[in-house]
Design a protein around this ligand. Structure first.
Ligand code: DAH
Length: 354
């Protein structure tokens, strides 16, 4: 190729440049165009290698012609490059302007505490204020702790009061939280103030107010000069605080082998407001707090000096209290894992089960 042809080639290459540059859609595309034109193997860049083929006296102007074109093309590429940079910066500014840091974030789906747990915590706080310690006992109990230590020997008909799940190892799934009374007496001695929330199990026919698994909170107070009025005062305070208002209660005699005398403290049924419904078996009352003065045999089994000390005990029906508090009509809902019961117990009681 002679010098004139070279100039033509250069012109042809340069003529195409503005078109391909404006077609380039990104900085990356621009960079690959640049190497396709100016690079060693590029349409213009590769011409440098041909300089040696020209006569000695022409090589200078050949080189100048190529380099001048190279400079012009580089200028155009740089200009386009700056356009891209400016557009990117504008986009960032737009994005920053569109982001409002004062808007609330996307809601994060969150779990909630089970209604029974919520009431348990509330009851624990109330008793802690009254100087009680919170204790726990095992769900799998010895026959002795569940029965014998509570004045229910093998031959006692009261064993039939509670339908028991017997385990093949001779132990039982505790039928009540009362065994923790015995454990606590041995652990702490007297005087003593303790509550023990926990899961209990009975081999029962399931209906609206009975399930095979339920929760109780055992309570035990041992001190000098303790009597039934102390127990009733405490029960009223507890129920009023949990329900956040004055709750109607009634006290009637009850029989439990581990207390003498034994009483039943019932509360007004909150589902029907005392009118009578399936949950309260049409009575208008719900048994939530069986209790009594601790039987001397139970105190003795726990190593307590019955000459000096008396005490009261109670077995709060935690599941029932949670049903009353949240208006849940059917105990079975609480063990089904229905998430609506966890998220909004009020709604569950009010809407789903009405
Ligand atoms: N353990 C009894 C039950 O589950 C309830 C109970 C009654 C507990 C009287 C007590 C009590 O501590 O004094 O049926």
């Amino acid at each position: 190729m002679d010098f004139d042809e070279l100039q033509n080639t250069i012109r042809t290459i340069e003529a195409k440049v503005p078109g391909v540059l404006s077609d380039a859609g990104s900085i990356d595309a621009l960079r690959s165009l640049e190497s396709g034109i100016l690079g060693k193997k590029g349409s213009l860049g590769s011409l440098i290698a041909t300089i040696g083929r020209y006569p000695q006296d022409q090589r200078g102007k050949v080189g100048q012609a190529i380099n001048a074109a190279k400079g012009r093309i580089k200028g155009l590429i740089e200009k386009r490059f700056k356009e891209f940079q400016a557009a990117d910066a504008a986009e960032e500014v737009d994005a920053a302007a569109a982001f409002d840091p004062t808007l609330p974030g996307d809601p994060i789906p969150m779990g909630a505490v089970h209604p029974v747990t919520a009431v348990q915590w509330e009851v624990e706080r109330i008793f802690e204020r009254l100087g009680f310690t919170v204790e726990a006992g095992p769900a799998m109990e010895t026959e002795y702790n569940n029965f014998d230590a509570l004045n229910i020997p093998d031959t006692h008909p009261a064993r039939d009061m509670q339908d028991t799940f017997w385990l093949t190892n001779g132990m039982v799934l505790r039928t009540h939280t009362s065994p923790v009374q015995h454990r606590s007496m041995l652990k702490f001695g007297a005087p003593l103030r303790v509550i023990a929330p926990g899961q209990c199990f009975r081999y029962e026919t399931v209906d609206a107010s009975h399930d095979t698994t339920f929760y109780q909170i055992e309570g035990l107070l041992i001190d000098r000069d303790i009597s039934i009025p102390n127990l009733i005062a405490m029960a009223k305070l507890l129920l009023n605080e949990v329900m956040q208002r004055e709750v109607k209660v009634r006290v009637r005699p009850g029989y439990f082998p581990f207390v003498e005398p034994g009483i039943e403290i019932d509360m007004n049924c909150e589902i029907c407001d005392g009118v009578g419904c399936a949950t309260c078996k049409q009575s208008g009352w719900v048994e939530v707090l069986p209790a009594g003065m601790v039987h001397p045999s139970v105190l003795k089994a726990g190593g307590i000096d019955t000459e000096q000390y008396t005490g009261f005990a109670f077995g709060l029906g935690l599941t029932r209290l949670a049903m009353m508090k949240y208006g849940i009509r059917d105990i079975r809902v609480l063990n089904t894992g229905d998430l609506r019961a966890l998220v909004s117990p009020r709604r569950l009681g009010g809407v789903l089960l009405c």
